[in-house]
Unconditional design. Structure first.
Length: 134
């Protein structure tokens, strides 16, 4: 499993994150999902526009981030991985909550259902949000 910046540790497969992005007045959490299973697109389906990335904090708070557009898995022919790139919108209130609390788990809404992932880097938002707000 490859885990990068955002560090969601999946229960089975690899998920990595790129981090926080700001374009104009809009802020996003960008996440890249990597699956080493060739039929991942058939198993998981797609992440539809508006589908939720639900983040749970260690304090028991829930933050629901909507996907900005539909993401369909694309095969990377070099690595033979199916890759999904997703941008989730995040507002100031959600940033304020996440900069105070470590994350515990995330739940990804796929067209085939929901998948829960353990947080590999629980302090990600606490460390990264101040950089975004500078």
């Amino acid at each position: 499993d490859r885990v990068r910046t955002l560090g969601f540790r999946p229960l089975a497969n690899a998920v990595s994150g790129r981090g926080l992005t700001q374009v104009g007045g809009y802020r996003y959490v960008s996440v890249v999902y990597h699956f080493s299973v060739a039929n991942a697109a058939r198993i998981y389906g797609e992440i539809r526009k508006g589908s939720a990335l639900t983040i749970t904090t260690l304090a028991g708070q829930y933050v629901r981030l909507p996907a900005g557009k539909t993401a369909r898995g694309a095969l990377n022919t070099e690595t033979q991985e199916v890759v999904y790139e997703v941008y989730y919108a995040i507002d100031q209130g959600q940033l304020n909550l996440l900069k105070k609390d470590e994350i515990d788990r995330v739940i990804v809404s796929w067209s085939s259902g929901h998948e829960e992932y353990e947080a590999y880097h629980p302090g990600f938002f606490i460390q990264q949000i101040p950089c975004l707000l500078e």
